[in-house]
Design a protein around this ligand. Structure first.
Ligand SMILES: Cc1cc2nc3c(=O)[nH]c(=O)nc-3n(C[C@H](O)[C@H](O)[C@H](O)COP(=O)(O)O)c2cc1C
Length: 192
């Protein structure tokens, strides 16, 4: 049992930027099955704090336009960069689906917010691994306006909720980037 099928999926998952995707569409039913995997993430107290907003087909373009416009509307003139606007506008051009990742805080105050964030991260990893197992490229990105209050508002999030970025899904025709880890295992794992 030293090298199971899931080990291979975990090890081979790689971040593939949307610019390296090829425009091929994923079936909505496949994306739905990834959401079902997300739903099996562990939580403390069955809070199930994930809230995923899925953009598919024309909605991907619409969202990217909105994201770029949000950047334009909320960036002071001296900080505004036209290239950033264009990048956001075209970020989804070669992706199939974009999933906005949100944490909706439950009404159980005994569960600390960091546990809710941890649970959503587990749910996202389930999506990324499920995608990898299906030959789908994925990217969890927190660029653009991710942490701006305007994005929070765009998704109708409450004061205690969090917006955690976007998962871009698609197919790629490029070889996967080589995986690398920088810190030595000894810095990250301590056996007592
Ligand atoms: C919460 C989170 C946010 C991320 N945001 C970005 C991002 O904004 N831009 C980016 O290039 N990569 C982003 N990444 C992807 C990481 O850079 C990527 O996982 C890392 O380079 C390791 O590569 P690998 O996933 O192929 O192992 C993010 C990853 C996580 C978990």
């Amino acid at each position: 049992m030293d090298n199971t099928a899931i080990d291979q999926v975990i090890i081979s998952r790689r971040t593939v930027k949307p610019t390296s995707m090829n425009g091929q569409k994923i079936d909505n039913t496949t994306v739905e099955s990834l959401l079902q995997l997300a739903d099996w993430a562990p939580t403390h107290g069955y809070t199930e704090p994930w809230y995923f907003v899925v953009f598919s087909d024309d909605k991907v373009k619409e969202f990217c336009n909105d994201h770029a416009q949000m950047y334009k509307d909320n960036t002071p003139a001296d900080k505004y960069i036209n290239g950033n606007y264009d990048k956001l506008k075209h970020q989804g051009d070669l992706a199939s689906h974009v999933i906005a990742v949100c944490m909706k805080r439950g009404n159980n105050p005994k569960i600390p917010a960091q546990e809710e964030l941890a649970a959503v991260s587990c749910a996202v990893e389930n999506i990324l691994l499920g995608a990898t197992a299906r030959g789908i490229a994925s990217y969890w990105g927190s660029g653009g306006m991710t942490y701006h209050p305007a994005m929070h508002e765009y998704f109708g999030l409450g004061e205690d909720d969090l917006f955690l970025g976007f998962v871009y899904l698609g197919y790629t025709s490029e070889p996967l980037p080589a995986g690398r880890r920088i810190k030595s295992p000894a810095e990250k794992f301590k056996w007592m």
